[in-house]
Design a protein around this ligand. Structure first.
Ligand code: G1P
Ligand code: ZN
Length: 541
Protein backbone atom coordinates (compact mmCIF):
# COMPACT_ATOMS: atom_id res chain seq x y z
CA UNK A 1 0.00 0.00 0.00
CA UNK A 2 1.37 3.39 -0.98
CA UNK A 3 1.55 5.86 1.90
CA UNK A 4 1.80 9.56 1.13
CA UNK A 5 3.30 11.95 3.70
CA UNK A 6 2.85 15.72 3.46
CA UNK A 7 6.08 17.71 3.77
CA UNK A 8 7.50 21.19 3.36
CA UNK A 9 10.73 22.22 1.58
CA UNK A 10 14.11 22.56 3.29
CA UNK A 11 16.47 25.33 2.31
CA UNK A 12 19.77 24.48 0.73
CA UNK A 13 19.14 21.07 -0.81
CA UNK A 14 21.33 22.10 -3.71
CA UNK A 15 23.65 19.41 -5.07
CA UNK A 16 27.27 20.64 -5.17
CA UNK A 17 30.28 19.39 -7.14
CA UNK A 18 29.22 15.85 -6.28
CA UNK A 19 25.70 15.48 -4.91
CA UNK A 20 24.06 16.82 -1.75
CA UNK A 21 26.49 16.78 1.18
CA UNK A 22 25.57 17.79 4.71
CA UNK A 23 26.28 16.83 8.27
CA UNK A 24 24.67 13.57 9.39
CA UNK A 25 22.61 15.58 11.91
CA UNK A 26 21.10 17.57 9.05
CA UNK A 27 20.22 14.39 7.18
CA UNK A 28 18.68 12.93 10.35
CA UNK A 29 15.95 15.59 10.50
CA UNK A 30 12.54 14.10 9.75
CA UNK A 31 11.72 14.33 6.01
CA UNK A 32 15.18 15.68 5.06
CA UNK A 33 16.50 12.68 3.11
CA UNK A 34 12.96 11.79 2.03
CA UNK A 35 12.40 15.23 0.47
CA UNK A 36 15.62 14.98 -1.52
CA UNK A 37 15.06 11.42 -2.71
CA UNK A 38 11.46 12.17 -3.65
CA UNK A 39 12.66 15.20 -5.60
CA UNK A 40 15.08 12.93 -7.49
CA UNK A 41 12.29 10.49 -8.29
CA UNK A 42 9.99 13.34 -9.32
CA UNK A 43 12.40 14.70 -11.95
CA UNK A 44 14.49 11.69 -13.01
CA UNK A 45 14.00 10.22 -16.44
CA UNK A 46 12.81 6.68 -15.75
CA UNK A 47 10.66 4.76 -18.17
CA UNK A 48 8.05 2.34 -16.80
CA UNK A 49 9.64 -0.83 -15.47
CA UNK A 50 12.90 0.93 -14.55
CA UNK A 51 15.63 -0.49 -12.35
CA UNK A 52 17.27 1.65 -9.67
CA UNK A 53 20.72 0.88 -8.23
CA UNK A 54 21.40 1.78 -4.59
CA UNK A 55 24.72 1.57 -2.82
CA UNK A 56 26.98 3.49 -0.54
CA UNK A 57 30.39 3.70 1.06
CA UNK A 58 29.28 2.07 4.33
CA UNK A 59 29.45 5.25 6.40
CA UNK A 60 27.27 5.98 9.40
CA UNK A 61 23.58 6.54 8.49
CA UNK A 62 23.91 4.54 5.22
CA UNK A 63 21.63 1.71 6.24
CA UNK A 64 18.88 4.01 7.52
CA UNK A 65 18.71 5.97 4.29
CA UNK A 66 19.01 2.86 2.10
CA UNK A 67 16.07 1.22 3.85
CA UNK A 68 13.96 4.32 3.30
CA UNK A 69 15.12 4.78 -0.32
CA UNK A 70 14.00 1.21 -1.11
CA UNK A 71 10.56 1.86 0.41
CA UNK A 72 10.28 5.09 -1.56
CA UNK A 73 11.38 3.47 -4.84
CA UNK A 74 8.61 0.90 -4.41
CA UNK A 75 6.03 3.67 -4.05
CA UNK A 76 7.40 5.60 -7.00
CA UNK A 77 6.93 2.88 -9.58
CA UNK A 78 10.35 1.31 -9.94
CA UNK A 79 10.13 -2.34 -11.01
CA UNK A 80 13.42 -3.39 -9.46
CA UNK A 81 16.11 -2.19 -7.07
CA UNK A 82 19.64 -3.59 -7.10
CA UNK A 83 21.41 -2.92 -3.82
CA UNK A 84 24.89 -3.96 -2.73
CA UNK A 85 25.15 -6.42 0.14
CA UNK A 86 25.43 -4.54 3.43
CA UNK A 87 24.47 -1.41 1.48
CA UNK A 88 27.96 -1.38 0.01
CA UNK A 89 28.85 -0.37 -3.54
CA UNK A 90 31.91 1.67 -4.35
CA UNK A 91 31.07 4.62 -6.58
CA UNK A 92 32.78 3.10 -9.67
CA UNK A 93 31.15 -0.27 -8.96
CA UNK A 94 27.75 1.45 -8.74
CA UNK A 95 28.44 3.13 -12.07
CA UNK A 96 29.28 -0.24 -13.60
CA UNK A 97 26.20 -1.96 -12.14
CA UNK A 98 23.94 0.81 -13.51
CA UNK A 99 25.41 0.30 -16.98
CA UNK A 100 25.60 -3.48 -16.92
CA UNK A 101 21.99 -4.03 -15.84
CA UNK A 102 20.48 -1.19 -17.85
CA UNK A 103 19.23 0.71 -14.80
CA UNK A 104 17.66 4.12 -15.35
CA UNK A 105 19.89 5.50 -12.59
CA UNK A 106 21.26 5.03 -9.13
CA UNK A 107 21.49 6.59 -5.70
CA UNK A 108 25.00 6.65 -4.25
CA UNK A 109 25.12 7.38 -0.55
CA UNK A 110 28.49 8.83 0.22
CA UNK A 111 30.35 11.92 1.26
CA UNK A 112 33.43 10.57 -0.51
CA UNK A 113 36.62 11.44 1.37
CA UNK A 114 34.88 13.45 4.11
CA UNK A 115 34.92 11.90 7.59
CA UNK A 116 32.01 9.75 8.78
CA UNK A 117 30.15 9.22 12.05
CA UNK A 118 27.21 10.81 13.93
CA UNK A 119 28.85 14.25 13.94
CA UNK A 120 30.44 14.03 10.53
CA UNK A 121 29.32 14.03 6.92
CA UNK A 122 26.76 12.28 4.77
CA UNK A 123 25.71 12.65 1.17
CA UNK A 124 23.37 11.50 -1.57
CA UNK A 125 24.23 11.61 -5.24
CA UNK A 126 22.06 10.68 -8.19
CA UNK A 127 23.62 9.03 -11.23
CA UNK A 128 21.84 8.72 -14.56
CA UNK A 129 21.45 5.79 -16.97
CA UNK A 130 24.94 6.15 -18.47
CA UNK A 131 26.30 5.42 -14.98
CA UNK A 132 27.64 8.94 -14.48
CA UNK A 133 26.75 11.75 -12.06
CA UNK A 134 23.63 13.64 -13.08
CA UNK A 135 24.60 16.58 -15.29
CA UNK A 136 23.87 20.13 -14.18
CA UNK A 137 20.53 20.36 -15.96
CA UNK A 138 19.33 17.40 -13.89
CA UNK A 139 20.82 18.56 -10.58
CA UNK A 140 19.25 21.99 -11.15
CA UNK A 141 15.88 20.35 -11.76
CA UNK A 142 16.26 18.28 -8.58
CA UNK A 143 17.12 21.41 -6.62
CA UNK A 144 14.14 23.28 -8.07
CA UNK A 145 11.89 20.39 -7.08
CA UNK A 146 13.21 20.42 -3.49
CA UNK A 147 11.97 24.00 -3.22
CA UNK A 148 8.36 23.15 -4.01
CA UNK A 149 8.02 19.60 -2.72
CA UNK A 150 4.87 18.97 -0.68
CA UNK A 151 4.73 15.18 -0.29
CA UNK A 152 6.80 12.03 -0.35
CA UNK A 153 5.71 8.44 -0.79
CA UNK A 154 6.68 5.00 0.40
CA UNK A 155 5.53 1.41 0.62
CA UNK A 156 6.42 -0.16 3.92
CA UNK A 157 8.79 -3.08 3.60
CA UNK A 158 11.81 -4.75 5.07
CA UNK A 159 14.87 -6.02 3.26
CA UNK A 160 17.71 -8.00 4.81
CA UNK A 161 20.61 -6.06 3.34
CA UNK A 162 23.13 -8.61 4.54
CA UNK A 163 21.70 -11.59 2.71
CA UNK A 164 22.31 -11.94 -1.03
CA UNK A 165 19.06 -12.78 -2.78
CA UNK A 166 15.73 -11.50 -4.00
CA UNK A 167 12.78 -10.17 -2.04
CA UNK A 168 9.78 -7.97 -2.64
CA UNK A 169 8.63 -4.58 -1.37
CA UNK A 170 5.12 -3.87 -2.65
CA UNK A 171 5.21 -4.75 -6.35
CA UNK A 172 8.93 -4.05 -6.59
CA UNK A 173 11.67 -6.68 -6.68
CA UNK A 174 14.72 -6.03 -4.51
CA UNK A 175 17.92 -7.87 -5.35
CA UNK A 176 20.74 -7.76 -2.83
CA UNK A 177 23.85 -8.33 -4.95
CA UNK A 178 27.51 -9.13 -4.32
CA UNK A 179 29.06 -5.65 -4.48
CA UNK A 180 32.44 -6.90 -5.73
CA UNK A 181 31.77 -9.64 -8.32
CA UNK A 182 30.68 -7.59 -11.35
CA UNK A 183 33.37 -5.00 -10.78
CA UNK A 184 36.16 -7.55 -10.35
CA UNK A 185 35.09 -9.26 -13.56
CA UNK A 186 35.27 -5.94 -15.42
CA UNK A 187 38.80 -5.31 -14.14
CA UNK A 188 39.86 -8.75 -15.40
CA UNK A 189 38.61 -7.79 -18.85
CA UNK A 190 40.50 -4.50 -18.92
CA UNK A 191 43.89 -5.54 -17.59
CA UNK A 192 46.46 -8.27 -18.13
CA UNK A 193 45.97 -10.16 -14.88
CA UNK A 194 48.30 -12.96 -16.08
CA UNK A 195 51.16 -10.51 -16.57
CA UNK A 196 50.55 -8.97 -13.15
CA UNK A 197 50.34 -12.40 -11.47
CA UNK A 198 53.64 -13.39 -13.09
CA UNK A 199 55.26 -10.17 -11.91
CA UNK A 200 53.94 -10.72 -8.39
CA UNK A 201 55.50 -14.19 -8.35
CA UNK A 202 58.70 -12.54 -9.57
CA UNK A 203 58.70 -10.15 -6.63
CA UNK A 204 56.48 -7.19 -7.59
CA UNK A 205 55.23 -5.89 -4.23
CA UNK A 206 52.72 -3.31 -3.16
CA UNK A 207 50.85 -1.82 -0.19
CA UNK A 208 47.25 -0.71 -0.55
CA UNK A 209 45.62 1.44 2.12
CA UNK A 210 41.83 1.04 1.99
CA UNK A 211 41.49 3.57 4.83
CA UNK A 212 38.73 1.51 6.50
CA UNK A 213 36.50 2.57 3.64
CA UNK A 214 34.64 0.90 0.81
CA UNK A 215 37.55 -0.46 -1.24
CA UNK A 216 38.61 -2.96 1.42
CA UNK A 217 36.49 -5.87 0.10
CA UNK A 218 37.36 -4.99 -3.50
CA UNK A 219 41.08 -4.83 -2.81
CA UNK A 220 41.14 -8.07 -0.81
CA UNK A 221 39.37 -9.88 -3.66
CA UNK A 222 41.25 -8.38 -6.60
CA UNK A 223 44.75 -7.76 -5.24
CA UNK A 224 45.14 -10.60 -2.78
CA UNK A 225 42.83 -13.34 -4.10
CA UNK A 226 42.91 -12.83 -7.87
CA UNK A 227 46.36 -11.30 -8.41
CA UNK A 228 48.21 -13.23 -5.75
CA UNK A 229 49.64 -10.43 -3.64
CA UNK A 230 50.28 -11.84 -0.17
CA UNK A 231 47.70 -11.43 2.59
CA UNK A 232 48.49 -8.20 4.41
CA UNK A 233 49.05 -6.27 1.17
CA UNK A 234 45.74 -4.52 1.87
CA UNK A 235 45.95 -2.31 4.96
CA UNK A 236 42.86 -1.09 6.87
CA UNK A 237 40.71 -3.34 4.69
CA UNK A 238 37.64 -3.52 6.87
CA UNK A 239 34.99 -0.85 6.10
CA UNK A 240 33.99 1.01 9.28
CA UNK A 241 31.09 3.42 9.74
CA UNK A 242 33.45 6.11 10.99
CA UNK A 243 36.51 5.04 8.95
CA UNK A 244 38.29 4.35 12.21
CA UNK A 245 37.97 8.02 13.12
CA UNK A 246 40.14 9.15 10.20
CA UNK A 247 39.46 11.11 7.03
CA UNK A 248 39.27 8.53 4.26
CA UNK A 249 41.11 10.97 2.02
CA UNK A 250 44.06 9.51 0.13
CA UNK A 251 46.43 12.43 0.27
CA UNK A 252 49.81 13.07 1.85
CA UNK A 253 48.21 14.27 5.08
CA UNK A 254 45.66 11.54 5.73
CA UNK A 255 47.63 8.68 4.16
CA UNK A 256 50.79 9.71 5.99
CA UNK A 257 51.56 6.20 7.27
CA UNK A 258 51.59 4.87 3.72
CA UNK A 259 53.72 7.80 2.56
CA UNK A 260 56.27 7.22 5.31
CA UNK A 261 56.42 3.52 4.41
CA UNK A 262 56.99 4.38 0.76
CA UNK A 263 59.84 6.74 1.63
CA UNK A 264 61.51 4.11 3.83
CA UNK A 265 64.03 1.40 2.95
CA UNK A 266 61.29 -1.23 3.36
CA UNK A 267 59.06 0.30 0.72
CA UNK A 268 57.34 -2.04 -1.74
CA UNK A 269 57.37 -1.18 -5.45
CA UNK A 270 54.00 0.56 -5.35
CA UNK A 271 52.01 2.25 -2.61
CA UNK A 272 48.39 3.16 -3.24
CA UNK A 273 45.30 4.26 -1.37
CA UNK A 274 41.69 4.99 -2.14
CA UNK A 275 39.02 7.13 -0.50
CA UNK A 276 35.69 6.67 1.30
CA UNK A 277 33.70 5.62 -1.78
CA UNK A 278 36.54 4.18 -3.84
CA UNK A 279 36.72 6.64 -6.69
CA UNK A 280 39.98 8.39 -5.78
CA UNK A 281 43.53 7.08 -5.85
CA UNK A 282 46.89 7.99 -4.42
CA UNK A 283 49.97 6.64 -6.17
CA UNK A 284 53.40 6.56 -4.55
CA UNK A 285 56.38 4.69 -5.94
CA UNK A 286 59.30 3.58 -3.83
CA UNK A 287 60.81 6.92 -2.84
CA UNK A 288 58.71 8.99 -5.24
CA UNK A 289 55.27 10.59 -4.92
CA UNK A 290 53.41 10.85 -8.20
CA UNK A 291 51.04 13.83 -8.30
CA UNK A 292 47.58 12.92 -9.60
CA UNK A 293 48.15 15.23 -12.57
CA UNK A 294 51.37 13.39 -13.41
CA UNK A 295 49.71 10.03 -12.82
CA UNK A 296 47.05 10.92 -15.39
CA UNK A 297 49.75 11.84 -17.91
CA UNK A 298 51.87 8.77 -17.22
CA UNK A 299 48.88 6.42 -17.37
CA UNK A 300 47.77 7.95 -20.66
CA UNK A 301 51.28 7.67 -22.11
CA UNK A 302 51.52 3.98 -21.16
CA UNK A 303 47.88 2.85 -21.38
CA UNK A 304 48.51 0.91 -24.60
CA UNK A 305 50.34 -1.67 -22.44
CA UNK A 306 46.98 -2.80 -21.02
CA UNK A 307 44.68 -4.92 -23.21
CA UNK A 308 41.70 -2.56 -23.00
CA UNK A 309 43.70 0.37 -24.37
CA UNK A 310 46.04 -1.48 -26.77
CA UNK A 311 44.21 0.07 -29.71
CA UNK A 312 45.03 3.59 -28.54
CA UNK A 313 43.13 6.40 -26.86
CA UNK A 314 40.44 8.54 -28.49
CA UNK A 315 41.28 11.55 -26.39
CA UNK A 316 42.23 12.70 -22.90
CA UNK A 317 40.10 14.94 -20.70
CA UNK A 318 41.20 16.78 -17.58
CA UNK A 319 39.60 19.32 -15.28
CA UNK A 320 40.85 22.87 -15.69
CA UNK A 321 42.82 23.04 -12.41
CA UNK A 322 44.62 19.78 -13.25
CA UNK A 323 48.15 20.37 -14.56
CA UNK A 324 48.86 20.44 -18.27
CA UNK A 325 51.10 17.35 -18.09
CA UNK A 326 48.44 15.31 -19.90
CA UNK A 327 48.22 17.94 -22.65
CA UNK A 328 51.74 17.12 -23.75
CA UNK A 329 50.94 13.42 -23.92
CA UNK A 330 47.81 14.11 -25.97
CA UNK A 331 49.87 16.22 -28.32
CA UNK A 332 52.47 13.48 -28.75
CA UNK A 333 49.76 10.89 -29.35
CA UNK A 334 48.00 13.18 -31.82
CA UNK A 335 44.69 13.00 -29.94
CA UNK A 336 42.46 15.75 -28.54
CA UNK A 337 42.79 17.12 -25.02
CA UNK A 338 39.59 18.40 -23.39
CA UNK A 339 39.71 20.90 -20.53
CA UNK A 340 36.54 20.81 -18.44
CA UNK A 341 35.27 22.43 -15.21
CA UNK A 342 35.91 20.66 -11.90
CA UNK A 343 33.80 17.57 -11.22
CA UNK A 344 33.47 14.20 -12.92
CA UNK A 345 30.02 15.06 -14.26
CA UNK A 346 31.63 17.10 -17.02
CA UNK A 347 33.40 14.07 -18.50
CA UNK A 348 30.19 12.10 -19.12
CA UNK A 349 29.24 13.61 -22.47
CA UNK A 350 32.82 13.31 -23.79
CA UNK A 351 33.02 9.64 -22.80
CA UNK A 352 29.55 8.87 -24.20
CA UNK A 353 30.41 10.58 -27.48
CA UNK A 354 33.68 8.68 -27.84
CA UNK A 355 35.73 11.88 -27.67
CA UNK A 356 37.84 10.80 -24.70
CA UNK A 357 39.04 7.48 -23.32
CA UNK A 358 40.95 8.55 -20.21
CA UNK A 359 40.03 11.38 -17.83
CA UNK A 360 41.54 12.82 -14.71
CA UNK A 361 41.45 15.46 -12.03
CA UNK A 362 44.22 16.82 -9.82
CA UNK A 363 42.12 15.74 -6.82
CA UNK A 364 43.30 12.13 -7.06
CA UNK A 365 40.73 11.17 -9.67
CA UNK A 366 41.53 9.09 -12.74
CA UNK A 367 39.33 6.87 -14.84
CA UNK A 368 38.33 5.79 -18.31
CA UNK A 369 35.34 4.99 -20.48
CA UNK A 370 34.85 1.62 -18.74
CA UNK A 371 32.46 3.39 -16.31
CA UNK A 372 31.26 6.99 -15.89
CA UNK A 373 32.94 7.72 -12.56
CA UNK A 374 36.53 8.08 -11.55
CA UNK A 375 37.88 4.78 -10.34
CA UNK A 376 40.54 4.36 -7.66
CA UNK A 377 41.30 0.67 -8.08
CA UNK A 378 41.26 1.00 -11.87
CA UNK A 379 44.14 3.47 -11.62
CA UNK A 380 46.04 1.15 -9.28
CA UNK A 381 45.53 -1.79 -11.63
CA UNK A 382 46.64 0.20 -14.68
CA UNK A 383 49.81 1.18 -12.81
CA UNK A 384 50.35 -2.47 -11.86
CA UNK A 385 49.81 -3.54 -15.47
CA UNK A 386 52.40 -0.99 -16.61
CA UNK A 387 54.90 -2.01 -13.92
CA UNK A 388 54.40 -5.70 -14.78
CA UNK A 389 54.85 -5.28 -18.54
CA UNK A 390 57.78 -2.83 -18.43
CA UNK A 391 59.53 -4.32 -15.43
CA UNK A 392 60.55 -0.76 -14.51
CA UNK A 393 60.19 0.84 -11.09
CA UNK A 394 57.79 3.78 -10.70
CA UNK A 395 60.70 6.21 -10.26
CA UNK A 396 62.16 5.23 -13.63
CA UNK A 397 58.81 5.52 -15.41
CA UNK A 398 58.48 9.01 -13.91
CA UNK A 399 61.98 10.21 -14.75
CA UNK A 400 61.76 8.90 -18.32
CA UNK A 401 58.36 10.58 -18.69
CA UNK A 402 59.72 13.94 -17.53
CA UNK A 403 62.78 13.58 -19.76
CA UNK A 404 60.47 13.14 -22.74
CA UNK A 405 57.62 15.55 -21.98
CA UNK A 406 59.03 17.94 -19.39
CA UNK A 407 57.74 18.22 -15.84
CA UNK A 408 54.80 20.16 -14.43
CA UNK A 409 55.65 20.89 -10.80
CA UNK A 410 52.32 21.12 -9.07
CA UNK A 411 50.66 21.61 -5.69
CA UNK A 412 47.24 22.50 -4.35
CA UNK A 413 46.90 24.62 -1.22
CA UNK A 414 43.60 24.37 0.66
CA UNK A 415 42.38 26.90 3.21
CA UNK A 416 39.53 25.15 4.97
CA UNK A 417 36.48 26.31 6.95
CA UNK A 418 36.88 30.00 6.12
CA UNK A 419 33.85 32.14 6.96
CA UNK A 420 31.73 32.10 3.80
CA UNK A 421 31.44 35.90 3.57
CA UNK A 422 35.22 36.30 3.78
CA UNK A 423 35.81 33.70 1.09
CA UNK A 424 33.22 35.32 -1.14
CA UNK A 425 34.80 38.73 -0.59
CA UNK A 426 38.20 37.37 -1.57
CA UNK A 427 36.84 35.88 -4.78
CA UNK A 428 34.87 39.04 -5.59
CA UNK A 429 37.95 41.21 -5.15
CA UNK A 430 39.99 38.83 -7.26
CA UNK A 431 37.42 38.88 -10.05
CA UNK A 432 37.31 42.65 -9.96
CA UNK A 433 41.09 42.80 -10.35
CA UNK A 434 41.32 40.42 -13.31
CA UNK A 435 41.30 42.95 -16.14
CA UNK A 436 44.17 44.89 -14.56
CA UNK A 437 46.43 41.88 -13.98
CA UNK A 438 47.95 41.23 -17.44
CA UNK A 439 51.33 42.94 -17.67
CA UNK A 440 51.80 43.15 -13.91
CA UNK A 441 54.88 41.47 -12.45
CA UNK A 442 55.24 39.54 -9.22
CA UNK A 443 58.94 38.93 -8.66
CA UNK A 444 60.21 37.29 -11.83
CA UNK A 445 56.68 36.31 -12.89
CA UNK A 446 54.73 38.45 -15.35
CA UNK A 447 51.00 37.89 -15.84
CA UNK A 448 50.14 37.16 -19.46
CA UNK A 449 46.41 36.57 -19.06
CA UNK A 450 43.77 36.27 -16.33
CA UNK A 451 40.15 35.19 -16.56
CA UNK A 452 37.19 33.34 -15.07
CA UNK A 453 37.03 29.89 -16.61
CA UNK A 454 33.85 29.23 -18.57
CA UNK A 455 33.02 26.08 -20.48
CA UNK A 456 30.77 25.13 -23.34
CA UNK A 457 30.24 21.38 -23.53
CA UNK A 458 31.37 20.36 -27.05
CA UNK A 459 28.74 17.62 -27.19
CA UNK A 460 25.52 19.11 -25.84
CA UNK A 461 26.38 22.80 -25.93
CA UNK A 462 25.54 23.39 -22.27
CA UNK A 463 27.38 26.28 -20.66
CA UNK A 464 29.02 26.56 -17.25
CA UNK A 465 30.30 29.85 -15.96
CA UNK A 466 32.48 31.01 -13.06
CA UNK A 467 34.41 27.76 -12.81
CA UNK A 468 37.52 29.25 -11.25
CA UNK A 469 39.89 32.18 -11.69
CA UNK A 470 42.98 31.52 -13.80
CA UNK A 471 46.09 33.65 -13.71
CA UNK A 472 48.57 32.70 -16.42
CA UNK A 473 52.19 33.86 -16.52
CA UNK A 474 54.44 34.52 -19.49
CA UNK A 475 56.80 31.68 -18.49
CA UNK A 476 53.98 29.11 -18.73
CA UNK A 477 53.31 28.94 -14.99
CA UNK A 478 49.76 29.25 -13.70
CA UNK A 479 47.75 29.88 -10.54
CA UNK A 480 44.08 28.92 -10.23
CA UNK A 481 41.76 30.05 -7.44
CA UNK A 482 38.37 28.52 -6.74
CA UNK A 483 36.02 27.77 -3.89
CA UNK A 484 35.20 24.15 -3.14
CA UNK A 485 31.74 22.85 -4.00
CA UNK A 486 31.86 19.81 -1.71
CA UNK A 487 32.43 21.20 1.78
CA UNK A 488 29.89 21.09 4.59
CA UNK A 489 31.35 23.79 6.82
CA UNK A 490 32.03 27.38 5.75
CA UNK A 491 34.07 27.75 2.57
CA UNK A 492 37.26 26.12 1.36
CA UNK A 493 39.59 28.13 -0.85
CA UNK A 494 41.66 26.04 -3.22
CA UNK A 495 44.80 27.54 -4.75
CA UNK A 496 46.35 25.45 -7.54
CA UNK A 497 49.99 26.17 -8.42
CA UNK A 498 51.77 24.92 -11.50
CA UNK A 499 55.19 25.46 -13.04
CA UNK A 500 56.44 23.83 -16.20
CA UNK A 501 60.04 22.79 -16.84
CA UNK A 502 60.90 21.66 -20.38
CA UNK A 503 62.74 18.35 -20.99
CA UNK A 504 66.07 20.20 -20.92
CA UNK A 505 65.12 22.06 -17.71
CA UNK A 506 65.31 21.30 -13.98
CA UNK A 507 63.52 17.97 -13.69
CA UNK A 508 64.65 16.59 -10.34
CA UNK A 509 64.00 19.41 -7.89
CA UNK A 510 61.84 19.57 -4.76
CA UNK A 511 58.33 20.85 -5.50
CA UNK A 512 58.01 23.45 -2.67
CA UNK A 513 61.20 25.20 -3.76
CA UNK A 514 60.13 25.20 -7.38
CA UNK A 515 56.77 26.74 -6.48
CA UNK A 516 57.97 29.33 -3.93
CA UNK A 517 57.67 32.28 -6.35
CA UNK A 518 54.18 31.23 -7.33
CA UNK A 519 53.09 30.89 -3.70
CA UNK A 520 54.25 34.45 -3.02
CA UNK A 521 52.48 35.66 -6.16
CA UNK A 522 49.25 33.96 -5.12
CA UNK A 523 49.31 35.84 -1.82
CA UNK A 524 50.07 39.13 -3.55
CA UNK A 525 47.33 38.66 -6.13
CA UNK A 526 44.53 37.37 -3.87
CA UNK A 527 45.38 38.87 -0.47
CA UNK A 528 44.64 35.58 1.26
CA UNK A 529 46.01 36.68 4.63
CA UNK A 530 44.24 40.02 4.52
CA UNK A 531 40.87 38.49 3.63
CA UNK A 532 40.96 35.39 5.77
CA UNK A 533 43.59 35.93 8.45
CA UNK A 534 45.28 32.73 7.30
CA UNK A 535 48.99 32.79 6.65
CA UNK A 536 49.39 29.15 5.63
CA UNK A 537 47.20 26.52 4.02
CA UNK A 538 45.59 23.75 6.10
CA UNK A 539 46.34 21.06 3.58
CA UNK A 540 48.93 20.89 0.82
CA UNK A 541 48.47 18.14 -1.75
C1 G1P B 1 36.47 18.18 -5.10
C2 G1P B 1 37.58 18.10 -6.12
C3 G1P B 1 37.01 17.73 -7.47
C4 G1P B 1 36.20 16.45 -7.36
C5 G1P B 1 35.17 16.58 -6.26
C6 G1P B 1 34.43 15.28 -6.02
O1 G1P B 1 35.55 19.19 -5.46
O2 G1P B 1 38.29 19.31 -6.21
O3 G1P B 1 38.05 17.60 -8.40
O4 G1P B 1 35.57 16.15 -8.57
O5 G1P B 1 35.80 16.95 -5.04
O6 G1P B 1 35.27 14.24 -5.64
P1 G1P B 1 35.59 20.66 -4.81
O7 G1P B 1 35.51 20.48 -3.33
O8 G1P B 1 36.91 21.25 -5.20
O9 G1P B 1 34.42 21.37 -5.43
ZN1 ZN C 1 35.25 9.82 -3.57
Amino acid sequence: MIQTFPTTPFDGQKPGTSGLRKKVRVFQQPDYAENFIQSVFDVAERPAGSTLVIGGDGRFHNRTVIARAIEMAAANGYARVLVGQGGILSTPAASHVIRKYGASGGLILSASHNPGGPDEDFGIKYNIANGGPAPEAVTEAIYARTQTIDRWMMVEGEVDLDRIGTSQVGDMVVEVIDPVADYAELMEELFDFDAIRTAVRGGLSMAFDAMHAVTGPYAHEILERRLGFPAGTVHNGQPLEDFGGHHPDPNLVHARVLYDLMMSDDAPALGAASDGDGDRNLIIGKGVFITPSDSLAMLAANAHLAPAYAGGLKGIARSMPTSAAADRVAEALGIPLWETPTGWKFFGTLLDAGKATICGEESAGTGSDHVREKDGLWAVLLWLNILAVTGKPVAQIASEHWARFGRNYYARHDYEAIATDKANALMAALEASLSGLPGQSFGALTVSAADQFAYTDPVDGSESHKQGVRVMFACGSRIVFRLSGTGTEGATLRVYLERYEAPDGRLAEETPAMLADLIAAAEAIAGIAAHTGRTAPDVVT
